[in-house]
Ligand binder design. Structure first.
Ligand code: BTN
Length: 245
């Protein structure tokens, strides 16, 4: 079980940036930074992340002894932990909490949480650190996203970020322990049990193109296996997935 050292702030530029500063200064694994609001919250692919007070903004420092490719699978572990924390925070929503490839968490089909993994590789090729940034819409959700978004409050559930952080850190500790002792297989199984869109026709948006096909499976590395119209399969390692129109 990971021993977390939780530090809470009223305001930060970004909890992930704070953890990065501390990681560079030699902080040990297990640092967890929570902020009530962020002034420069960041999302995937250089996007910003709306960070009003009332939502959860949490970042963790890990120094796993694995390859960068293995560490990339942490996003699935974190997504599973977030779904389980949501089950604890909002038992009435059980059954509506799903995972969207690669690392979003949805409630009733709308995005409620985002996960951002950042890492630095040491000169010997090993990992120096991994920063896991997690944002969960507890009280607010952005109105103008290109995808459906929601918050727990929209489902009549009021949860404080510090309470949610407690549930989440407990579930993360549990799954990190299993990952260390058993590898990715149980994480993959738990993620697949919650996965949205498996077997359905999807569009995968890549930085400068898009692919259409059937979301056939998740492979052992965490890549989405897309069955193309000609029957061949393509492993997709990054992109945004949408239901095909
Ligand atoms: C996404 O784009 O879906 C990922 C969003 C990740 C946001 C979280 S909020 C806590 C941490 N600090 C940041 O600046 N970003 C992450």
């Amino acid at each position: 079980m990971t021993a977390w050292s939780l530090q809470a702030f009223d305001s930060l530029d970004s909890t992930s940036e704070e953890v990065r500063r501390r990681a560079e200064a030699g902080a040990p694994e297990g640092l967890a930074v929570l902020a009530r609001r962020q002034t420069a919250g960041r999302g995937r692919r250089g996007r910003s992340w709306d960070s009003p007070e009332g939502n959860l903004f949490l970042s963790l420092l890990l120094r796993p002894r694995v390859t960068p490719a293995e560490a990339a699978r942490l996003s699935f572990l974190v997504a599973v932990a977030v779904t389980e924390a949501l089950d604890l925070a909002a038992p009435a929503l059980r059954g509506q909490v799903t995972c969207k490839w690669p690392n979003d968490v949805l409630v009733a089909g709308a995005k409620i949480a985002g996960i951002l993994l950042e890492s630095r590789t040491a000169p010997d090729g090993g990992l120096d650190w991994v920063i896991v940034g997690i944002g969960v819409n507890l009280a607010h959700f952005p109105p103008d996203t290109p995808y459906a978004a929601t918050a727990l409050s929209a489902h009549g559930v009021a949860v404080l970020p510090e309470d949610f952080a407690g549930w989440l850190l407990a579930r993360l500790g549990y799954w990190l322990g299993r990952w260390r002792s058993e590898g990715f297989a149980p994480v993959r199984e738990a993620w697949l049990a919650r996965a949205q869109g498996i077997g359905r026709e999807v569009v995968v948006r890549l930085p400068d193109s898009e692919l259409r096909g059937r979301f056939a499976a998740l492979d052992e590395s965490g890549a989405l296996l897309l069955e193309l119209p000609d029957g061949s399969r393509q492993a997709v390692t990054a992109g945004d997935v949408f239901p095909a129109a």
